[in-house]
Ligand binder design. Structure first.
Ligand code: HEC
Ligand code: HEC
Length: 306
């Protein structure tokens, strides 16, 4: 018990609870101690119902009284053992959180040997194991699906993990590094440096790289601007650089979108996609390393042709 805003309330609750229980006890006792003297007849109380039903003043049956006292003893024992009286934690120190943590620990301990087995195998081997994939999928649904989608196909700004096209690289170790330490894509805002016309030109050059409809005259002037402003990260041929997370601009895969307007927006305002570091998110959970291993294997498996 906690979270009372004022010290008065725990006391108020405790006193009220105890006074009710003890009061009930005293009342019960006071009303049931009168015994019939030998030979004394139970008193007839003066009413009769339904023609012949009479109200007698017999002592209450013992078993019934016993049950009643039993409930009072139960209530007191309960309040000693478990929280119930204001801030008093109870002899057993039971808490909801404690119970939850014990359950989690038991489950983790149960998985421990299984996880240890997977940790000994490399990521490609784990990815081929249907059991590991099933666990990986559950972990993915818990930790990744809110951004990458439950089918891992991503959405605008959140990369598709199933298509074999990678910002940072798709080999097992790179995938594991990506999700363990996170990634921050840095595409600088170049709108001011290029000006509106320059941005439009370079955008048309970008459109031409993947064979999209574009204005050839604009693209021709955009080409030199690309070499000056973009090639350092996206490479002179526009195929991108995984070390920087700079996407390949020559394929048909777009992180933010391949229309002229969206490309202009990417160039003018910049883009800063952030993949959170899962080593942090998984933080203190036990089996953290094994979970990262299984997640990496699951993601690696998604784009492997089975
Ligand atoms: C808060 C949203 C978010 C969550 C949660 C998230 N990601 Fe990401 N992830 C991203 C974004 C955004 C990127 C792209 C980063 C960039 O633009 O540079 C990314 C990139 C990646 C990449 C790199 C893809 C490539 O093409 O190189 C992988 C792999 C990945 N995430 C896997 C995961 C896994 C596995 C999980 C769960 C353990 C996860 N992500 C959870 C947002 C998220
Ligand atoms: C400092 C390195 C760097 C420079 C310079 C740079 N980019 Fe980028 N660019 C990136 C990165 C990294 C991303 C991915 C951003 C993310 O992950 O959120 C990106 C994303 C993009 C995208 C979005 C691609 C998609 O799939 O939606 C376009 C378009 C783009 N850049 C074009 C350009 C152009 C044109 C220039 C030059 C005018 C340029 N970039 C200069 C690093 C750079």
């Amino acid at each position: 018990m906690s979270d009372f805003t004022h010290g008065f309330w725990p006391l108020y609750i405790s006193v009220l609870t105890l006074v009710s229980i003890i009061g009930t006890w005293v009342f019960l006792k006071s009303q049931t101690t009168r015994k019939l003297a030998p030979g004394e007849k139970p008193e007839l109380i003066e009413h009769t119902w339904d023609g012949d039903l009479q109200d007698l003043n017999n002592p209450l049956p013992r078993w019934w009284l016993g049950l009643f006292y039993g409930t009072l003893v139960f209530a007191l024992a309960y309040l000693v053992l478990w929280p119930g009286l204001g801030n008093y934690a109870g002899v057993l120190k039971w808490t909801q959180i404690g119970e939850y943590e014990a359950e989690v620990q038991a489950a983790e301990a149960q998985f421990q040997p299984l996880y240890a087995g997977f940790m000994k195998q490399d990521i490609a081997t784990v990815a081929a194991d249907p059991n590991a994939r099933a666990i990986g999928k559950n972990l993915f649904l818990t930790y990744c699906s809110q951004c990458h989608g439950s089918d891992a196909a991503g959405s605008r700004g959140f990369p598709n993990l199933t298509d074999g096209d990678w910002l940072y690289g798709g080999d097992p170790d790179t995938i594991k590094a990506t999700l363990t330490d996170g990634r921050a894509g840095v595409m600088p805002a170049l709108g001011e440096a290029l000006g509106a016309q320059g941005t439009k030109e370079v955008a048309n050059y970008v459109l031409s790289l993947s064979g999209r409809k574009h204005d050839t005259a604009l693209a021709a002037t955009g080409k030199t601007k690309f070499a000056e402003n973009c090639a350092a990260c996206h490479m002179p041929d526009g195929t991108g650089m995984q070390a920087m997370g700079a996407p390949n601009l020559t394929d048909k895969v777009w992180l933010y979108g391949g229309s002229e307007a969206t490309i202009i927006e990417s160039i003018a305002k910049g883009r800063n996609g952030v993949m959170p570091a899962m080593a942090q998110t998984l933080g203190t959970t036990s089996n953290k390393d094994a979970k990262l291993h299984l997640l990496a294997a699951y993601v690696y498996g998604l784009s492997q042709k089975q």
